[in-house]
Design a protein around this ligand. Structure first.
Ligand code: SF4
Length: 705
């Protein structure tokens, strides 16, 4: 058998919405074809390890289902009926519709919409340059980080943390609220290295027994939304047993005495009744932390996706402060490194053109916005035209019945620029074929590590697929706006940002595409002070001034606790909806990306609701039975899976499967709410009440998706 010999191996960066931002080595078979994808050992964080879904990227990039031609809708919205058109016709039509919307209702009736399908600074964020040039409605980007980041920043004063590679030097790694095996495999690399080389223990806190928890020495399954109770009880024990680092607290924190007094009643018994973890387990967890100076907390996003998620993130982040873990290499905490990079986005986003009086619409409320909710529209005109890049709101946005009704509006023009025919692209009037990261140039920053990384174009795109940047520049010409950013190539933008940050040039980095931006130990560990003027960590934060770029405060922020505490604002279960639904990521998907490849679909085996066997028995159901999850927002049909690794009363549905994977075309976000949690919005994806009931498959009439 003839073996294809790779022409060469090239280096690049994974662009997906994942904290790891892995460095990759890609076999290039010819100018249009890749072979195998491996992790690059040049990156000392990802260290040659990548996830299976990107290792098989050839299946995705060369999929016969890639979009390769611009398409115009010819049937009803959502019918999937399109005909091929030229790029010129497609762009002319989009420009004409945008100008028509502007003439009828003003420029704010056009809403460019995007998110994290690629994390590239050029291909993701360049859409804002067109937005600002035309004074189109702005987007308030809340769907992922708006709950977690303010919770971290509230205490620390900035979005930075210890070098994540220090996990390998730790004696106790606490992985809290993230299924790292599925969503950021590199965390496990460093944690297991610490175990192998130092005998470190691994503790995992989550709401169900994940594959990550299977590897833990200390495994704590909490009720959804009760992480702050566990955190308070752990700190109670640290103070009670004399494990709190009092000299450190005096030197580095705001109100340690008040905190200690407040925690006096937050006993393990109090917390156990709330979070479902036994008193003995809480005591043992606290003892492990209190007696292990080098304890490293890796705090994920999962436990922040609750209506009290910001408070929970802050509470968990207080533990290493009370314990004084930050003093030690291998100790402290990490959530995200966003503030360590010097990336000047002013040119790529056209920030000099920005008009602060233009309204900013919350991306998570797209259903309310498209169905004419005056509050969500901020009293302004309706949205009647959209360009959507890098996101799939018909699948990933909450409160899907509203989203579906909005996209079905006959007076709404939608252009979608995508790699595949997603659920959102199916609702579009014009569909444009997009490049993947292998087919364009871009710049990335590590979310879960400290590297700035370049991703050069490696192969030619299939058919007529075009990069986001070119589409934005071509539309700008047709819409009659100018800016230096529209005259530059993507590579020139990358080069400009690298030079402005003092990181070198594109040429310097295209063959060894990474810069280690890790700050010095003293700064990373806040030993030169936390990010407030007085250098002190805030146990009692001012919730109204956590992050200047956020909208808000909003939601029930006035009742937020002054000090770390269990905050009772969850969507409460009731007699009709006795289960709490959690919707964490699936291992073979990444949000709705990778749902289009056969291998990922086969491995995920369709949508399933994990339910405790005792609950199934009580309901007269068995493993594999068809069930409906129901609440006031709608109903979702899928199969039941008996799963003993969660607490009774909790349901877990992993992954955002395409709508068509559900018998009536309604996906899991039919059930999640789009109300804005305090203090800065976001989506409480894991804070949903439902009931579980049997349904008869013959009763379902399919709807178009
Ligand atoms: S682990 Fe994350 S960053 Fe690394 S290859 Fe997979 S998706 Fe990309």
């Amino acid at each position: 058998m003839n073996q294809i010999v790779p022409v060469r191996t090239a280096r690049t960066t994974c662009p997906h919405d994942c904290p790891s931002t892995c460095s990759l080595e890609v076999e290039l078979l010819d100018e249009r074809t890749i072979g195998r994808v491996r992790g690059s050992t040049e990156n000392s964080y990802t260290a040659g390890v990548i996830c299976a879904k990107v290792a098989r990227y050839a299946e995705r990039v060369h999929s016969p289902n890639r979009l390769t031609k611009p398409l115009l809708r010819t049937g009803p919205k959502g019918s999937g009926q399109f005909r091929e058109i030229s790029w010129d016709e497609a762009l002319d039509r989009i420009a004409a519709e945008f100008l028509k919307a502007e003439a009828a209702h003003g420029p704010e009736s056009v809403w460019p919409y995007y998110y994290a399908g690629t994390m590239g600074q050029v291909q993701r964020d360049g859409i804002n340059r067109l937005r600002h040039a035309k004074k189109y409605s702005e987007e308030y980007g809340t769907i992922c980080t708006a709950l977690a980041w303010p919770g971290w920043i509230a205490g620390h004063g900035r979005l930075t943390g210890a070098d994540p590679r220090e996990m390998a030097k730790s004696d106790l790694v606490v992985i809290w609220g993230t299924n790292a095996v599925a969503t950021q495999v590199n965390v496990m690399t460093h944690a297991t290295r610490a175990r192998k080389e130092r005998g470190a223990r691994i503790a995992v806190v989550d709401v169900y027994r994940t594959p990550t928890m299977e590897q833990a020495d200390i495994a704590l399954v909490v009720r959804p939304g009760t992480d702050a109770a566990l955190a308070c009880a752990v700190m109670h024990v640290l103070f009670r047993e004399g494990w709190a680092d009092r000299p450190y607290l005096e030197r580095y924190t705001d109100v340690p005495a008040e905190l200690e007094a407040h925690l006096a009643e937050r006993t393990p018994e109090w917390a156990s009744a709330i979070c479902g973890v036994s008193v003995g387990e809480i005591e043992a967890f606290a003892r492990a932390i209190g007696t292990t100076p080098k304890t490293f907390f890796r705090l994920g996003y999962g436990f922040s996706r609750q209506r009290n998620g910001t408070v929970a993130m802050h509470a968990a982040s207080c533990i290493p402060v009370v314990a004084g873990s930050w003093r030690h290499e291998g100790g402290g905490a990490f959530h995200n490194n966003g503030a360590i990079f010097r990336i000047d986005k002013s040119l790529v986003e056209g920030r000099d053109l920005r008009d602060p009086s233009v309204r900013r619409l919350d991306q998570s409320r797209i259903g309310a916005i498209l169905t004419g909710d005056a509050t969500a529209l901020k009293g302004g005109p309706p949205v009647t035209a959209m360009l959507i890049q890098n996101t799939n709101p018909m699948s990933v946005a909450p409160d899907q019945e509203k989203v579906r009704a909005g996209f079905a509006r006959e007076d709404l023009f939608v252009a979608v620029h995508e790699q595949f025919m997603t659920d959102t692209a199916k609702m579009a009037d014009v569909v444009l074929p997009a490049t993947t990261f292998l087919e364009h140039d871009d710049l990335y920053r590590g979310g879960g590590n400290q590297y700035l990384l370049v991703g050069p174009k490696l192969i030619e795109p299939p058919g007529e697929a075009r990069e986001n940047h070119r589409v934005i520049c071509d539309l700008a010409k047709r819409l009659g706006v100018s800016h230096p950013g529209f005259e530059m190539s993507a590579r020139e933008h990358v080069d400009w940002m690298l030079r402005r940050g003092g990181y070198g040039t594109f040429e310097d980095l295209k063959d060894r595409p990474l810069v280690d931006c890790q700050p010095p130990f003293e700064h990373a560990h806040f030993l030169d002070g936390f990010g407030y003027a007085d250098g002190r960590f805030r146990f009692a934060p001012d919730w109204t001034s956590v992050a200047a770029e956020n909208d808000g405060p909003m939601g029930p922020w006035r009742s937020m606790p002054r000090l770390p505490d269990q905050w009772d604002v969850l969507e409460a279960v009731d007699a009709d909806h006795p289960f709490r639904l959690v919707t964490p990521p699936a291992r073979n998907f990444l949000n709705s990306s990778f749902t289009e490849t056969a291998t990922s679909q086969a491995r995920e085996k369709g949508p399933r609701a994990k339910v405790h066997p005792d609950d199934l028995a009580r309901l007269g159901l068995a493993d594999g039975d068809p069930v409906r999850l129901v609440n006031a927002r709608g109903a979702v049909r899928l199969l039941a899976e008996a799963f003993p690794g969660l607490l009774p009363g909790v349901v877990v549905v992993e992954g955002i499967h395409p709508n068509s994977a559900h018998p009536d075309g309604r996906g899991i976000n039919t059930l999640t709410g789009d109300d804005q949690p305090a203090p800065y919005g976001g989506v409480a994806f894991h804070d949903t009440r439902v009931r579980v009931e049997r349904w008869n498959p013959v009763d379902v009439s399919p709807v178009c998706t």
